[in-house]
Design a protein around this ligand. Sequence first.
Ligand code: FRU
Length: 482
Amino acid sequence: MIKKYHPVYKEEYEQWIAAHQQEIEEVSKDPRRLHYHLMPKIGWLNDPNGLCQLKGTYHIYYQYDPFDVRGELKLWQHVTTKDFIHYEEQEPFLFPDSELDTHGAYSGSAFIQGDTIHYFYTGNIKLFDRDDYDYIHNGRVANTIHLTSKDGVHFDEKQLVMGMQDYPKGFTQHIRDPKIIEEDGIFYMVQGARDMKDHGAILLFASQDLNHWQYVRSLQSDEPFGYMWECPDLFELEGQKILITCPQGVDTQGVDYANVHSTVWMQVDGTIKDSLRISQIHQLDRGFDFYAPQSFQDEQGRRILIGWMGIPDADYTNPTTEDGWQHALTIPRELHWKDGKLFQQPLSELKVLRKETLHFNAKSLCERQYDGECYELEALFQECEQMTLSLNEEIQITYQDHLFTLDITKCGYKRTTRSVYLDSLNNMRIFSDTSSLEIFLNDGSEVFTTRIYPTRPRCVTLNTKEGDTKITLYPLTAHQVK
Ligand code: FRU
């Protein structure tokens, strides 16, 4: 029997899956299932984990709870691909089946050295020997666990490399989500943390051999910014150090930080060995459903990022919950750093999904009334002052007085609008799937990632005073998952 706060063993999982084939079949028939995004075949998905490429094969793992659509018991599900078009669903990689991770194989990452993948993740344990734990300052164990694999499928033993006694004083018990970066021959690990004053931070640890770790120092913003930083990812991109992290509980400021929890990129200067300083903070995504992204460098040297197309503690219920599944991963995106800004661009492999190329201007798009659900739309503007793009009566995308707004009030399940101010709107690329939208503005310097639940057929129209807006629309086919 699968029970909360009990270990989950592989054999039990296999029996459970065998006994729930009918439900899995039902889930697969939901018309809101996405066509080119990874999703759980049943139950719940959250953070991408352990992203890496070894000998040509990309490994994508994610936080997975097949047993409960609201997500309680965290396993690591595993999918592989060589081209981001053909995927193979593998058996779960990690089960919370040891005394180190009994209450969840929480998020973690992969680091490749030679022909070996080193994984680091948080083994989550809740204590129940007293009834007055607050589970912030006491009652929790966050074990940092290390394991290695030569193929991304089989691994040696789970080894504890840090426990509660190894974390610094001045921090609560909310410490998790290890990620590795190498600098000048030393390995560093970042972990997300919440300090005793309820300010978010990352903790930095150093190692010469990936087994023995020592605390270096913490890193925080000059002004407090949220109470906990989850899923930190520190990396160097085109000569600039960037920290992506998920601060929880940042106050809304105008149109910024409108979600309950945020995801940001921070410009970080200095060296890890001597000192680091955060010099700029910017929202990584402006939509309703984006959190816990993770990046990795592939064998071609590209920095690829995948996020969770969902958010924790959301104040709305995803309607697919009733159909036995929740959430998905974003499309993979390539990161670039230019002129002091981080850019996200859909991975070029996705072009293979294009079925045909249709050219429009605003007028001909209205006449044609394109009504597909799965497509990529590219619009190139010339001095755009105002525009309204309707995907059907239920979704409006507008730009006026430098304010770009996505309005999903009519199909958002209580969610309404998200916006960003832009100096100018030069181009827009939209990836539309059955129940999701990913909108990349100005070469991906601003992105909106959102689940949508329209009930009426789509019909794309664009109204703008500039008649020469060039629109290219590519109907997209589904990716394949075996
Ligand atoms: C972020 C997160 C991580 C944690 C994981 C548990 O969504 O809360 O901090 O490791 O999810 O599933």
